[in-house]
Design a protein. Structure first.
Lengths: 508, 157
């Protein structure tokens, strides 16, 4: 019976030393028969990386975080005495950190070699696409609509409505574009999915293509993710060779081609219209809406633009049905919520739970407090355009509407924890400085407002007429919110105002 | 290969690609290390654009450069998650040790220092990237040692 050793090839796992563990492992196992080393994706428990798993006789147990020095001590263990090892975790799914989660989109993450098509198929991969290719387009769109799936990039727009608009748009030439420009600090769910389960994204894109009648799809991936590029590039080639992409997919009369494109380091290209401009080979300047991309998108044609997780989720919706998906979640936030615990956090990683859990539960139950050991002071939810929340708001349930009601935003699910050493005036200043750095420059409130914002905050920090300057800052925020062309300028006031409102002592 | 022929080959390869300007520029930078200014007219002609449009695209994207970078590019993440975990100290330390600011190259041509906004490694912040390798939970001691290795031209893995 073969013993299989799993050591991830994920970016974060590698960043904390997975490659040297893999090298030590392969050296130690050299010459042994019936052993295989699998370079899997990560399960997302990054605080346990490098996570080494050993599978023998159908039982798979984990050890972590493993260093090179731990490798011989783990290999010396027999099946009966491994539980005594200080790094022994038992079966990883049963570990409390995972047992409290509801893995759906990330159910497969970390289990196999991400490029192994047989492993994907063995875990019901491509079931959704196989089902979809034999359905009328409208039935696929109906299924997605009934599931309640909302866009996971941040705007939470119902996916079914977007798909219907593109399906009903006139013309033969349509596109499906995957927004894989995951630029928000504190987020890594898209990266994890692309590196650990790339076929799920490919499957979701093909389903979208079949549903709306698009024969061509593009993945726009940020250049900060070289490992995801490598995995996707190979996965697309293998999916093509196996007949899941290209002409006559899944032995049907449907066609869908997929091309991977690389961004070039511009945060604004995560905004869908700037992304389309960039895909067309231009500066990533935001377009005015209307026309919506669903009517006039890539190369002026009707285009579905969805986030990685949105597209990936459609594969399980088509495989298991809309009802199974909609049975999870709360109110109008159906399905599962993907939260990424980041910043100053002890147990950072990806947590997938039903909507409605509170921030406090997440931070305490999963996050285990700060890595510095100091008290948590502020939590920024939803990326650089999200609000900084003080302790009084940590009991807010994490769903789109409840977060909006307290002036926050769930966004792409990034949760960045700050301890009590944070200077909130500096964080407010950074929000404006980041906007100034990354603004596409098309509209004045964002381009000029952000620069003025930095100047005003500098004067407040320097105690120059603080009251007047705080009034001026609010006024500036009003202008940016009301008059910016897109969310970059329109939402930058979120972190600024939340810092002012909840942490006023840091400004005087 | 002769630079002129290499450029001609790339121009030929991307000529008909829809929205191919950005991939073409990335391919040129991959092969040449930067986008030579003198290649802009030829790029413009092949892509049926004005030289101003090509220049506009080059100047818009942080990744694209028209001058050679140092032998190594050190990217420090300056975004919120890394700030929360000590990233601001790393930003300051890197500039101090290298004696340059962000966007600059050391006098010996060894290191170009760049700010980057998120490497997707936020569960183990703060992060930095050299080539295609990312480091997590970086402290000043690790930063110092990495910079010393870059300067002594050791290969990092």
């Amino acid at each position: 019976m073969t013993t299989r050793y799993f050591i991830p090839r994920d970016t974060t796992a590698l960043a904390v030393g997975a490659q040297s563990v893999a090298d030590a492992l392969s050296q130690a196992l050299q010459g042994q028969e019936d052993v295989t080393i699998v370079r899997n994706g990560s399960r997302g428990a990054f605080w346990l990386e490098p996570l080494l798993e050993i599978e023998r006789n159908g039982e798979r147990v984990g050890f972590g975080p493993v260093s090179v020095a731990d490798v011989p001590t783990i290999l010396a263990l027999g099946p009966s005495d491994q539980a005594g090892h200080p790094l022994y975790l038992g079966p990883v799914e049963a570990h409390p950190w995972f047992a409290g989660q509801q893995r759906l989109t990330f159910a497969r993450a970390g289990l196999d070699d991400p490029l192994c098509l047989e492993a994907y198929l063995a875990r019901h991969g491509f079931d959704g696409l196989e089902h979809a290719v034999h359905l009328p387009q409208a039935d696929i769109v109906d299924e997605i609509t009934r599931s309640g799936l909302r866009g996971r990039g941040g705007a939470a727009f119902p996916a079914g409505i977007k798909w219907r608009t593109v399906m009903e748009a006139a013309g033969d030439e349509k596109y499906v574009v995957c927004n894989a420009d995951e630029g928000d600090s504190g987020t890594f769910a898209d990266r994890l999915l692309m590196e650990a389960d790339p076929y799920q994204l490919i499957e979701g894109m093909a389903i979208a293509g079949v549903a709306v009648g698009a024969r061509q799809g593009y993945i726009y991936l940020r250049s900060e993710y070289p490992h995801a590029w490598d995995v996707l590039h190979k996965a697309i080639a293998k999916a093509e060779a196996a007949g899941y992409l290209g002409e006559g997919i899944c032995d049907s009369d449907k066609h869908f081609h997929l091309e991977l494109r690389l961004g070039a380091g511009a945060y604004i290209c995560g905004e869908e219209t700037a992304l389309l401009e960039s895909l067309e080979g231009r500066r990533g300047m935001v377009r005015a809406k209307p026309p919506l991309p669903a009517h006039q998108g890539l190369f002026g044609k009707p285009t579905v633009v969805n986030n990685v997780l949105t597209l990936a989720a459609t594969s399980s919706i088509m495989a298991d049905g809309a009802e199974a998906y909609a049975a999870l979640g709360a109110a109008r936030s159906l399905g599962t919520l993907t939260v990424q615990l980041a910043g100053n956090i002890r147990r950072g990683g990806l947590v997938e739970v039903p909507y409605g859990m509170s921030l406090r539960e997440l931070i305490e139950q999963f996050g285990g407090g700060t890595r510095s050991g100091r008290p948590v002071r502020a939590i920024q939810v939803g990326g650089p355009l999200g609000a900084y929340l003080p302790e009084s708001l940590w009991d807010t349930p994490l769903d789109y509407e409840a977060m909006a009601a307290v002036g926050g935003m769930l966004g792409h699910g990034g949760v960045v924890v700050f301890d009590d050493t944070v200077d909130m005036a500096e964080q407010a200043r950074f929000a404006m400085a980041f906007c100034a750095q990354e603004s596409c420059g098309k509209c004045t409130p964002c381009r000029v407002g952000s620069v003025r914002g930095v100047e005003v905050i500098d004067r407040i920090i320097a105690r120059e007429e603080p009251e007047q300057n705080i009034d001026l800052l609010h006024d500036l925020c009003d202008t940016m919110e009301a008059a910016s062309l897109c969310a970059m300028g329109g939402l930058t006031p979120h972190p600024v105002r939340s810092a002012l409102r909840h942490f006023p002592q840091d400004f005087n | 290969m002769d630079p002129q022929r290499l450029l001609a080959q790339l121009l030929c390869q991307y000529e008909g690609m829809p929205g191919g300007l950005l991939p073409l520029l990335q391919a040129i930078q991959e092969d040449f290390g930067f986008i030579p200014r003198e290649s802009v007219p030829a790029i413009a002609q092949v892509m049926n654009l004005s030289a101003a449009e090509v220049h506009g695209v080059i100047s818009f994207y942080h990744d694209l450069r028209t001058e050679e970078a140092g032998r190594h590019t050190l990217q420090i993440c300056c975004a919120e998650s890394c700030q929360a975990a000590g990233g601001r100290a790393l930003e300051a330390r890197a500039q101090e040790v290298l004696g340059i600011g962000f966007g600059e190259t050391t006098g010996d041509g060894a290191v170009t220092l760049e700010a980057v906004y998120c490497l997707g490694n936020c569960a183990c912040s703060p992060s930095l990237r050299i080539g295609n390798n990312t480091w997590a939970r970086v402290d000043t001691a690790l930063l110092d040692s990495l910079i010393a290795q870059l300067r002594s031209a050791e290969v990092l893995s």
